[in-house]
Design a protein around this ligand. Structure first.
Ligand code: ADP
Ligand code: MG
Length: 991
């Protein structure tokens, strides 16, 4: 069945490539013709193409000639000196045919899967050139600043030769230089720089001049899997401190610590006792046959296994437990209980058993739950806690109770309700904080997930193993870890603007990507980004020999075998690259190698440039390089002379990664461009992947075939089982990413709406018409609240509407002016709006006069008239923008809260996503109404004032700048001016 699918898939790809190959032929022919031209004539081609484009030829029409030009330019530059990343080099590349193939795929908005070392950097230059002929800017997205700079300097020479402007956008690019930088034809930069600039343009820029980007037309994402899949869960967030923090991490810390400790001790006790019993019954001695037990003994042993199972649920990292689980027989006994307990018939018993714990940890799902025993301990052991910490209020019910109290007057009743609401939000906050605290204590490990450095918690990137200073876990997890490690808890932050990388890239008219590893995620690329993956053949046949995995029972045996392998290959003078899953493993391995006197380099560099240098040296004879899985991505390992003859680079994987893609990535570093090479993965049953995700059948299998100490298990079953586990995790992670996106989609629509309105205001020549439109709208919308239907009791309230108008605007209406049976609602609205608009006009005139007066006073000798119209327009614009921004930020905060809230609700068997959509929509509706009302008020409130007396020479400064009305919320504004930007990580938890 799959065979057939593959054939169809394969042939579709084949057909496509065949088509592309035809184009390649044409490109090569065209390039030959170009060889006869002078440099000047080739340089003139760009202008010619641009002209033809404006005359109606499409980029597709121009592809062959344009690619021929790029190839020809490469040829002309051969031997030219250039300077890249601090090194003098000579240009030595003319695109191969396979690179032309890749380049065609990129132009068509596909993902070109091209192996490491195949020359993707050069490949991208062709579609970049072609697409820039449209006159629109094109973006190339790199994984880090170093590569943006390097690629811009390196293949950028092609564009510079052709008189196009190419720039590198990095973190170092100062804000004031960005607008100009974006004027370039081609820009290399990281995803987060592009993304943040977008957010800044739309949430902070106060005028069109302050916006830097020129739209999103075509982007090629290099190492696209890394950016769109590994980083997809990382939204970009611009945030700043918030005023009203309710967080309680410090308060909760003591109690959480106490419960976690008592649980740990309890589990330790259980495990110790269980071990003693098993030792006594001769069940533990390694390698020995387990002793047959009589009935009574068996019962004792069962009890021990049951306790170990419990420890597994309460403290899966318990050392004794882990030790015991190394023995496959014992491990099988424990895992058997899982199956036993998960049948419905044994549910009661299971709950009873689990009730012995204080907390239940579900390591797989990253969840935990306090048991009644845990809650009891909580209340008893820590002062100031109560059972209420864990119960939520039913507000509807509570309100009804207040209403039922007879002798309460309205004021008192209101106050009580307000108090209830505060209590409710406090409990919600507490329960949220508590969850995060438990997560911090139980699942976040120091030196694995984060490090503590100078009183700060620094995240370790799970993929690169690199510390990420400045990044913070979101949603209170970071604060929870700060509390756990007793360092200063940073203030809660409020989101000013946010977007996921996914949604940022979906804005581009055309998106393309390239990487060595995309096929395993082809489905996701297609579903989420509408990107097809096309596998481009390699320039030379890949002759790497990939060995079968070696699987060991224990980590100890695995490392022993691994070291032997290293010693052997090292002895042959071949270079070795060892990939690890974390910094911790890198360091452990480094220690072992030191003991074995193996010289090596560990690549945990915080510096991409240095990392690139080390990687470049990793092809030296006998070099041993240890790197976390993705460190140094984007720079390839070149073999030094003579190495190829010895067999090339040997790659060792120290475990199977959760994603097959990462494993392929590691393998792909060897045997580039037709070089020889080998690779091998070492796995142990203690690896997280195996511990958590392989099927129980494997355990049973191992029970029968436990190999002698130090020997590995091999077998097709095992290889397949590992792959199945990987696929399962890939699927799960995909679901999580999709889930994040589903939530973000809701926000995305709202964000688009707000940002596009904001942009209209920002770019309009005159902002006053917007103000007028808003006033009209407000009159209309409020009318629809007061006038519902004449036939409904209380559905027609002309006097109240009049009351609302006169209290909110400086207008007067005769009593009962709207109370007229012949007036339709449209007419009433119009009467109201006309008068309000008239009042506004009057107000503006008044302000303009004031401006002129002030101008005269301030510049008595000036003969020039001040442009009061423009001042008033700018004032209105800034008033609108500020109100939009403030309210939008508040909205983001509400949405944040809503998200946590609905996840709690999922217990009530409601679909949290549906609930979220529903309420987010309602909130947005309220938001758009309230923004308008607020703006309407503000429009009548602003007042032009004389500037404070200043030094004589500054007094003549132009009016508009001095005279901006005071925004309503100055605090908010101050924050906006000094926002702190953090890339915070989104929840990694799954539902
Ligand atoms: P990738 O990004 O696909 O891993 P790079 O773009 O970093 O590969 O290029 C890898 C190496 O291959 C570079 O050192 C580059 O000089 C070389 N290379 C790429 N294309 C060509 C070419 N057409 N001719 C000669 N060398 C090339
Ligand atoms: Mg590359």
């Amino acid at each position: 069945m799959f065979g057939i699918f593959k054939k169809i898939f394969g042939s579709a790809q084949g057909r496509l490539l065949k088509n592309h190959r035809r184009l390649v032929k044409k490109i090569n022919q065209a390039e030959e013709a170009l060889q006869k031209l002078s440099d000047e004539e080739v340089k003139a081609k760009t202008a010619e193409f641009q002209k033809r484009y404006t005359q109606g030829e499409t980029l597709d029409d121009l592809l062959v000639e344009a690619y021929a030009v790029v190839k020809n330019v490469c040829r002309r530059m051969l031997g030219n000196d250039m300077h890249v990343s601090g090194y003098d080099q000579k240009w030595d590349m003319v695109p191969f045919d396979v690179q032309l193939l890749g380049a065609i795929a990129l132009h068509h908005g596909s993902i070109a899967e091209m192996q490491t070392g195949e020359g993707k950097t050069l490949t991208a230059a062709l579609p970049l050139y072609l697409n820039t002929l449209s006159g629109k800017p094109v973006h190339l997205v790199t994984v880090n600043d170093y590569l943006a700079q390097r690629d811009c300097e390196w293949v950028g020479v092609i564009f510079r030769w052709l008189n196009l402007r190419v720039e590198a956008l990095t973190n170092q690019t100062p804000p004031h230089a960005r607008k100009d930088l974006y004027m370039a034809d081609i820009i290399y930069g990281t995803a987060s720089e592009f993304g943040f600039d977008y957010l800044r343009d739309n949430s902070m820029a106060q005028s069109a001049e302050e916006q830097s980007q020129r739209g999103h037309f075509y982007a090629i994402v290099d190492e696209v899997d890394s950016i769109l899949i590994d980083e997809a869960r990382t939204p970009l967030i611009i945030s700043g401190p918030t005023n009203d923090s309710k967080q309680m991490y410090e308060v909760l810390q003591k109690a959480v610590e106490a419960v976690v400790k008592v649980q740990r001790d309890y589990c330790n006790k259980l495990a110790t006792e269980a071990r003693k019993i098993l030792e006594k019954l001769d069940q533990i001695a390694e390698g020995d046959e387990r002793k047959k037990l009589n009935k009574l003994q068996q019962k004792e042993a069962d009890e021990a296994f049951r306790n170990l199972w419990l420890v597994n649920k309460g403290n899966p990292h318990n050392k004794i437990l882990r030790r015991i689980r190394e023995n496959p027989d014992l491990r099988a006994e424990i895992d058997k209980l899982d199956i036993y307990f998960y049948t419905d018939a044994n549910k009661e018993e299971r709950l009873e058993t689990l009730a012995q714990l204080y907390l239940i940890v579900d390591e797989k799902a990253s969840e935990y739950e306090l048991t009644d025993k845990g809650i009891h301990y909580w209340v008893e052991s820590v002062e100031g806690t109560s059972e209420n910490d864990f119960t939520m209020l039913d507000l509807g019910h509570e309100y009804a109770l207040v209403d039922a109290i007879a002798d309460l007057d309205e004021q008192e009743s209101l106050e009580r309700k307000v108090a209830l609401r505060e209590e409710d939000s406090m409990r919600k906050e507490r329960s949220h904080n508590l969850r995060q605290m438990l997560r911090a204590h139980l699942l976040m490990e120091k030196d694995v997930d984060y490090i503590v450095d100078q009183g700060k918690i620094i995240i370790i990137d799970e993929n690169t193993g690199r510390p990420q200073p400045g990044r913070r876990f979101s949603d209170g997890l970071h604060q929870s870890i700060e509390a756990k490690e007793s360092v200063k808890i940073q203030g809660e932050t409020q989101t000013y603007a946010t977007i996921t990388l996914q949604n940022y890239f979906r804005m581009y008219d055309k998106l393309a990507g390239m990487t060595g590893t995309a096929m395993t995620e082809a489905n996701e690329f297609k579903e989420i980004y509408k990107l097809e993956v096309i596998a481009i053949p390699t320039h030379r046949k890949c002759i790497r020999a990939d060995a079968d995995d070696e699987i060991y029972m224990t980590e100890r045996e695995k490392y022993n075998a691994l070291i032997k392998d290293i010693q052997k290959i090292h002895g042959e003078g071949r270079p070795i690259l060892i990939g690890t899953e974390s910094v911790e493993v890198s360091e452990k391995l480094s220690r072992i190698m030191k003991q074995n006197k193996l010289p090596h380099t560990v690549l945990n560099a915080k510096n991409h440039a240095k990392e690139a240098e080390i990687i470049a040296d990793a092809g030296q004879p006998g070099a041993i390089t240890v790197a976390t899985n993705m460190a140094g991505r984007g720079t390839d390992i070149k073999l030094k002379e003579g190495i190829a003859k010895k067999g090339g680079l040997h790659v060792i994987g120290t475990t199977r990664h959760q994603s097959r893609r990462i494993d392929r990535q590691l393998r792909g570093r060897s045997a580039r461009l037709g070089d020889p090479g080998t690779s091998k993965f070492y796995v142990s049953f203690e690896d997280t992947l195996m511990r958590l995700f392989t099927s129980p059948r494997i355990t049973i299998f191992l029970q029968r075939y436990r190999p002698p100490e130090g020997e590995s298990v091999k077998g097709k079953v095992l290889n397949r089982s590992i792959e199945t586990a990987q696929k399962r995790i890939e699927q799960r992670n995909y679901t999580i990413r999709k889930h994040t996106l589903e939530y973000d989609d809701v926000m995305n629509k709202q964000r688009e709406e707000i940002y596009s309105f904001r942009n209209e205001v920002l770019h309009a020549k005159d902002a006053v018409p917007f103000a007028e439109e808003i006033l009209e709208h407000v009159c209309m919308e409020m009318a629809s609240e007061y006038f519902v239907s004449r036939s409904v009791e209380g559905g027609w309230n002309p006097e109240e509407y009049r009351g609302w108008l006169v209290t909110n605007f400086p207008v007067t209406f005769d009593a009962k002016e709207f109370d007229n049976d012949y007036l339709s609602i449209d007419e009433i609205e119009k009467m109201a709006a006309d008068k309000v608009l008239e009042a506004f006009k009057y107000k503006l005139e008044h302000q303009k006069n004031a401006i002129r007066e002030m101008h005269k006073t301030l510049n008595p000798d000036s003969t020039q008239e001040v442009n009061a119209e423009s001042v008033v327009s700018e004032v209105s614009r800034s008033l609108l923008i500020r109100n939009i921004d403030t309210r939008w930020q508040e909205h983001l905060l509400h949405i944040d809260h809503l998200r946590t809230e609905v996840s709690v609700r999922s217990i009530g068997q409601k679909d949290p996503l549906l609930e979220f959509k529903h309420e987010a929509f309602a909130l947005f509706d309220t938001l758009s109404r309230e923004i308008k009302v607020e703006i309407a008020h503000a429009l009548f409130k602003f007042e032009m004032m004389m500037p404070e007396p200043q030094l004589p020479e500054t007094q003549t400064i132009d009016l508009p700048r001095k005279k901006k009305p005071k925004p309503k919320k100055t605090k908010q504004e101050k924050k906006l001016l000094s926002p702190m930007i953090d890339l915070s990580m989104l929840d990694l938890e799954s539902e």
